[in-house]
Design a protein around this ligand. Structure first.
Ligand SMILES: Cc1ncc(COP(=O)(O)O)c(C=O)c1O
Length: 456
């Protein structure tokens, strides 16, 4: 904890004079109420809520993702409650898991959405969201996406560069509309995440407007006729279990707000503090969201701003497992391999982020081994776990790859011409396919083996 405080403070020098002398708070690691246990075990093996994973695998096949609706509801409720009386709306970050049924479940709970593409907007509208429920983030919005979002009447465009602002103004003018805008600022704080790819709020990243340019870009926004400057936005990274980056970032944005309101006629209404709250993948302590609420409340309470929080992973990460069946066992070079029917095309996180996911046998053999759990894909980087002490699962046995509700299915691909897996939602003692498994026909749907050649 002191280490993070030290690192953030040192980086505070980047914006000398910007920060108030306020102390940054390390995250406490106490948790009041334990999260819902979505995947309990009984004599019949591992379950999701009241449904046996073995039953799901037999009915739907493997690989497939299985999500607990109760776990999602519970996380949403806990986070909502932790934010107390703050004027805050949770805008679920659709990129974490954008299945329409999951989006709809969160809409029923009262969530808004954070989207990053026209495709996510399309999904959001299909799931019953209205534009006013949606903030549109993303570093490279196209004119077409802007037009679609303007027509949908989104709540805010989180704008990430001056050029984007100018293009948005032109698109809005063409449509005879005014685009509601928040300037996404890179708060340039040090962020401690398990992998560098999940940091976004450090100096020199592609995301957001560099902190020392943000005021001048805001002034441009305030003067454009077809944009309405309404807020500021940041997103410091993902899988963050320390609160210091939020605290420093929010202080910086509040300071910037004062400068903007001093120098322009704009009156800001929104402060979007992004997503990033961590979940547990292994034996980490859970993030104390009650304390998070206190920290943010102490900073923004009384500011008159409406706060937007964009949690993705926190709401769905621990609510899902990837079910996979063991195909083969083999030994090579003195090492044990468990070859499963799921690999990096189904779950990219282990090979892309070197991410750790617990793997449990649905019906344990009672013996353990140390093995690499690998998939069928023709890549040496295709693995789910390396050198892992694990159940001595044999061909035909089922494994549950835990904590794969976020950034699992959404990052799946058709590499090696593999149909993408099914997604199943459990609710109590019932379950339903919410995304059907792709077929071979799906794989070739867009191919054209008699192309219509055009002359140059
Ligand atoms: C702008 C923005 N908001 C929210 C999120 C959600 O992050 P997380 O899933 O860690 O909460 C992301 C993730 O990359 C993001 O880029």
């Amino acid at each position: 904890m002191p280490e993070v405080r030290e690192r953030v403070d040192r980086r505070g020098a980047v914006g000398k004079g910007v920060l108030s002398a306020r102390e940054v708070s390390p995250a406490r690691v106490k948790e009041t109420a334990a999260p819902f246990e979505a995947f309990p075990r009984d004599a019949s093996g591992l379950r999701c809520e009241g449904v046996s994973l073995d039953v799901i695998a037999r009915a739907i096949g493997t690989p497939c993702y299985v999500y607990s609706s109760a776990a999602i509801r519970d996380q949403y409720r806990r986070l909502r409650e932790a934010m107390g009386k703050l004027d805050m709306r949770l805008h679920y970050s659709a990129k974490a898991n954008s299945s329409i049924a999951i989006l709809a479940l969160l809409r029923e709970l009262g969530a808004g959405l954070d989207i990053v593409s026209g495709g996510e907007l399309f999904r959001a509208l299909k799931a019953g969201y209205s534009g006013r429920d949606i903030v549109f983030s993303g570093v490279g919005k196209t004119e077409r996406e802007m037009e679609e979002a303007l027509r949908a009447d989104v709540l805010l465009f989180n704008v990430e560069s001056e050029q984007e602002l100018q293009v948005l103004d032109a698109v809005a003018k063409r449509l005879g509309l005014v685009a509601p805008v928040a300037v996404r600022v890179n708060p340039e704080v040090l962020v401690d995440t398990p992998h560098p790819y999940t940091r976004t709020g450090e100096k020199g990243m592609k995301f957001g407007i560099p902190f020392d340019e943000a005021l001048s870009v805001a002034k441009v926004a305030a003067n454009l006729k077809n944009v309405h400057l309404l807020g500021l936005d940041m997103h410091v990274g993902s899988q963050i279990s320390q609160f210091a980056p939020y605290e420093v970032g929010v202080q910086r944005l509040l300071h910037l707000r004062r400068e903007i309101e001093r120098d322009t006629k704009a009156r800001l209404e929104y402060l979007d503090i992004g997503g990033g709250l961590a979940v547990t993948y292994d034996a980490e302590s859970t993030v104390d969201i009650g304390h998070f609420g206190e920290v943010i409340g102490a900073l923004v309470g009384g500011s008159g701003l409406r706060i937007i929080l964009e949690p993705g992973r926190f709401l769905v990460g621990n609510a899902g497992v990837l079910l996979t069946r063991v195909l083969y066992r083999k030994r090579s070079g003195g090492k044990e391999f468990i070859i499963a029917d799921a690999g990096m095309t189904d779950l990219l996180r282990p090979s892309h982020y070197n991410a750790f996911h617990r793997i449990e046998a649905v019906n344990p053999t009672g013996r353990t081994t140390v093995a690499d759990v690998v998939g069928p894909i023709c890549e040496s980087g295709d693995f789910l776990a390396l050198d892992r002490q694990i159940d001595d699962a044999q061909p035909g046995d089922l494994l549950a790859v835990q904590s794969t509700g976020a950034y699992g299915f959404v990052m799946s691909s058709n590499y090696n011409a593999r149909p993408r897996p099914a997604e199943v939602l459990v609710d109590g003692t019932r379950f339903a396919v919410i995304t059907r498994r792709e077929t071979y026909d799906d794989l070739v749907r867009n191919d054209n083996n008699s192309p219509a050649w055009r002359n140059s």
